[in-house]
Design a protein around this ligand. Structure first.
Ligand SMILES: Cc1cc2nc3c(=O)[nH]c(=O)nc-3n(C[C@H](O)[C@H](O)[C@H](O)COP(=O)(O)O)c2cc1C
Length: 187
């Protein structure tokens, strides 16, 4: 099979507890961002931004995750688990969206499509470079202190991409639909 197609068809998400060092370095992250910039994007609005968290900065993210878990009413072990999620992942990338609901030419749903396309390309490039990862969101994205730590005015925190080297083989998630369910002739 064509190696590009093989790469496209062999990407699967892998969660933080199965990610080990090394995570993507600057050069790899730059290529991933470049891939994201090749996603379809009506009027070239680039309604997304990626913020890289790694090294010592993971302690700060862990503290924010712990605060969010505490505010969500989690017990001590739940709080520790959420903090650990930030520490165990080699590289975490926050995904920001900047949607202009009043854009004269590009409706909001098209801008979200561009964000999704960019995210898919970012993850796909990580896979092509030999890294694994997973997009995660959850209640934390709505926590005010976490939003304040990441969002510029007008931005929304979509979630985080966990990135690292796969510590176990990738597995396909069960898919409810097949090609024929999503690719149909016009009746
Ligand atoms: C914006 C976005 C947010 C997501 N948030 C979560 C999440 O919080 N928890 C989770 O288990 N999966 C989440 N997912 C789904 C996973 O990233 C992943 O796509 C899913 O587990 C299917 O795995 P696959 O990518 O190997 O098909 C999210 C996906 C997207 C696009």
């Amino acid at each position: 099979m064509d190696p590009v197609l093989h790469s496209l068809l062999s990407r699967h998400s892998l969660g933080g507890k199965h990610l080990s060092e090394p995570g993507p370095d600057d050069a790899a992250l730059a290529l991933m961002a470049d891939a994201a910039l090749h996603a379809p994007d009506h009027a070239g609005l680039v309604p997304f931004r990626f913020i890289v968290v790694r090294g010592e900065q993971r302690q700060r993210l862990a503290a924010l995750f712990a605060d969010a878990a505490r505010d969500a009413g989690k017990d001590a072990s739940g709080i520790a688990l959420d903090a650990e999620r930030a520490l165990q992942v080699p590289v975490t990338v926050a995904v920001m969206a900047r949607i202009d609901p009043g854009h004269p030419q590009v409706p909001a749903h098209e801008q979200w499509c561009a964000v999704g396309g960019a995210l898919a390309m970012f993850l796909q490039a990580a896979h092509a470079l030999g890294y694994a990862g997973k997009m995660l969101s959850g209640h934390k994205v709505r926590h005010p202190a976490i939003q304040a730590a990441f969002c510029a005015p007008g931005e929304m925190l979509v979630g985080w991409v966990s990135l690292g080297t796969a510590a176990r083989p990738l597995k396909a998630s069960p898919r409810r639909l097949r090609q024929a369910d999503v690719l149909q002739p016009w009746a």
